[in-house]
Design a protein around this ligand. Structure first.
Ligand code: COD
Ligand code: ATP
Length: 296
């Protein structure tokens, strides 16, 4: 599982980018969707009614987003009150969806940086778009410049968020051009999410060192560590025991078949056991270093 936290300016194209990533194979979860579901929750409806009365509801008791927006985007106290009511619940639900999900997950979170990037986000993407474009694109939903700036009033300054993001998508051109940018991001995500850590054992330090050097020279691994270990294993039904040398390596998943081939060719054992797992947690800088050293 690798989680992309997707955020951006109001009406800049977050949902559009998320849908494109989803078409390319990612699983998509949306904070806005969870918010709209929470607006059917009895506790939330009661809290809103106690605070604002019936004016934010239709005659049938349905909450009216325009009325709620009028209140919260005009009064910072009301804004904070609603955010404090909804955000912990949104985060809790997102965390559950992410932890029980798998593969590449795109979590669209408008207030990703404002509320602190959650520990389960591995990579952050920021979608930006010039105000003139956003005005044009959002006019159909009845949003003008006033509405866009009103929603952004209490958000963190854009420059800070741009700096803090791992990847920025400038959505200032046509949709087909945006699709090309999203495909580039997907190629990068596929590589960066597939860093592996693996190991194999050798009968002597010299053998371990020689094979590790070969893997490094061929740019198949970014680094190796050699440690002496006491091994107990079954071989043809007998319990064997000996001192071995464990080679730990870091690489990317697509190189595993070649790593295994080199180890087998160079090894003195009939069946050297080479295994690797995807790295669940590693900083983006560490992942980038592994990718660069492995020639990606
Ligand atoms: C105010 C509400 C009722 C307006 O509903 P509406 O259907 O008009 O908008 P929707 O929820 O689809 O959000 C659309 C966009 O508005 C912007 N927006 C929504 N809430 C906020 C907010 N608290 N601060 C800044 N921008 C916001 C985001 O860009 C979002 O993508 C609703 O947005 C809401 O309950 N917001 C508070 C919860 C929240 O902060 N949601 C953001 C994700 S955690
Ligand atoms: N490159 C583009 N060219 C033309 N229209 C676009 C482009 N990108 C997005 N749009 C349109 O702009 C509108 C806003 O996009 P979208 O809903 O993806 O933004 P958003 O950031 O998710 O908005 P919100 O802040 O409400 O969540 C949509 O109608 C979308 O189809």
């Amino acid at each position: 599982m690798f989680v992309v936290g997707l955020t951006g300016d109001v009406g800049a194209g977050k949902t559009t980018v998320a849908s494109m990533l989803s078409q390319l194979g990612a699983q998509y979860i949306s904070a806005d969707r969870i918010v709209s579901e929470l607006w059917q929750d009895e506790d939330i409806l009661k809290a809103a009614k106690d605070r604002w009365g019936t004016r934010v509801f239709s005659d049938g008791g349905t909450p009216l987003p325009e009325r709620i927006s009028e209140i919260i985007f005009e009064d910072e106290g009301e804004y904070k009150w609603l955010c404090n009511l909804l955000h912990p619940r949104v985060r809790e639900q997102m965390e559950a969806k992410v932890l029980f999900g798998s593969g590449l997950i795109v979590a669209e979170i408008p207030l990703l940086f404002e509320n602190g990037v959650p520990w389960w986000v591995d990579f952050t993407v920021y979608v930006t778009s010039p105000m003139e474009e956003r005005i044009k694109r959002n006019s159909e939903r009845g949003w003008d410049e006033l509405e866009l700036t009103r929603r952004e009033k209490w958000l963190m300054p854009q420059e800070i968020k741009l700096k803090a993001s791992d990847w920025v998508i400038a959505n200032d051109r046509r949709l087909d051009e945006l699709r090309v940018e999203v495909k580039k991001l997907m190629v990068f995500l596929k590589k960066i999410s597939c860093c592996i850590e693996g190991f194999f054992t050798c009968g002597s330090f010299e053998e371990a060192e020689r094979i590790a050097k070969k893997l490094l020279e061929k740019n198949l691994v970014a680094c190796t560590n050699i440690v002496d270990v006491e091994s107990r294993y079954l071989w043809l039904g007998n319990l064997e025991s000996e001192t071995e040398y464990l080679v730990v390596f870091k690489s990317i998943e697509s190189l595993f078949p070649e790593i295994e081939r080199v180890v087998r060719d160079e090894h003195s054992y009939d069946l050297p056991v080479v295994t690797a797992q995807r790295m669940k947690k590693a900083s983006i800088d560490v992942r980038k270093w592994i990718m660069e050293e492995c020639g990606s």
